[in-house]
Design a protein around this ligand. Structure first.
Ligand code: G4P
Length: 289
């Protein structure tokens, strides 16, 4: 197996985001945690249970168009079996988006009853939209709101005040910048976040990363790799060799006729992230299938 130094990524401004989330919680009725349906374990922030203590939460498995449909179904069943509110959406096409408002209303049914009893049925429910960088939070908000709004930036220096987005269905959304946590539980979590683009490539060795992705894909999605890159026979289990094979078959040669593995890495990561290889889920639910 390719040895990859463990990824730990917690730039200073994320501590600020954590503070912003904590300070904003009193303003909202619930939190929508936007996950990446391809990595429902790694894209869940383990700090959220403590950070959002007491606030009801809805899990939004976004990018479901890129994930294995059966695996997403199993994940929904598994989360619901745990008593969690979870929906799957695809913000590119809008599939599943209609489920969001009813899910929030059901999650907050007691609050709605209380408001009704006080004669305040018209009061909007307020939802914080949070999650890892690049999980699609702003695309999700745009989809629901049906309009373009300025994105909460994950970079330092471009953060701005809180932004409320009224979506006109008795709901107001509060967007938060993307957040990770200081220490990933294990190497796979960091890698999966990097594969899917939640961690910026410029702090990573993308060749090693792509070699690790090759190894993961060769385990469960070998035929997709073979079809896409026209590889025949059994695939090598060593990621570096597999990446070289992909580069060679794509005719990516550098000076001296050597395979340009850096280019092959960029292509593989791009095609995986864009769903060109096919619909892939890297993490399986052991329950709910
Ligand atoms: P963030 O606020 O959580 O950081 O994420 P953002 O909405 O900026 O989305 C990050 C990337 O993911 C964007 O692609 C966006 O188009 C894409 N995306 C969001 N939701 C979905 C989805 O449900 N399915 C698919 N396939 N992609 C989704 P990008 O390449 O950064 O930009 P662009 O393609 O919009 O130009």
């Amino acid at each position: 197996m390719t040895e990859m130094p463990s990824i730990q990524w917690f730039p200073g401004h994320m501590a600020k985001t954590r503070r912003l989330i904590r300070e904003s919680l009193s303003l909202v009725d619930c939190v929508a945690e936007v996950l990446d349906a391809r990595i429902p374990i790694s894209s869940r922030n383990p700090e959220f249970d403590a950070l959002c203590a007491g606030k009801p939460r809805v899990l939004v498995l976004n990018k479901s168009d890129l994930a294995d449909a059966q695996a997403t179904k199993s994940w929904l069943a598994a989360f619901r079996a745990e008593g969690l509110c979870a929906i799957a959406v695809d913000c590119k096409s809008g599939a599943g988006i209609k489920e969001f408002v009813p899910a929030v209303r059901e999650l907050l049914s007691e609050r709605l009853e209380r408001l009704k009893a006080k004669g305040m049925s018209g009061k909007a429910l307020r939802v914080m939209v949070a999650g890892i960088p690049n999980s699609g939070k702003s695309t999700f908000i745009n989809r629901i709101a049906g309009a373009k709004y300025a994105k909460a930036e994950d970079r330092p220096g471009v953060t701005r005040g809180r932004q409320w987005i009224s979506i006109g269905l008795g709901l107001e959304l509060l967007d938060m910048p993307g957040i990770l946590w200081p220490k990933f539980e294990n190497a796979a979590v960091g890698e999966h976040l990097a594969f899917t683009g939640a961690i910026k490539d410029d702090i990573l060795d993308t060749e090693l990363l792509a070699a690790r992705l090759c190894e993961e894909l060769a385990k469960n999605y070998a035929s997709m790799l073979s079809v896409r890159y026209k590889l025949s026979g059994e695939l090598p289990t060593q990621g570096g060799q597999l990446l070289e094979m992909i580069g060679k078959h794509r005719g990516m040669l550098a000076a001296g006729g050597r395979v340009d593995t850096e280019r092959a890495a960029a292509v593989l990561l791009d095609e995986f992230r864009g769903g060109i290889l096919g619909r892939i889920t890297l993490e399986r639910s052991t329950k709910g299938s």
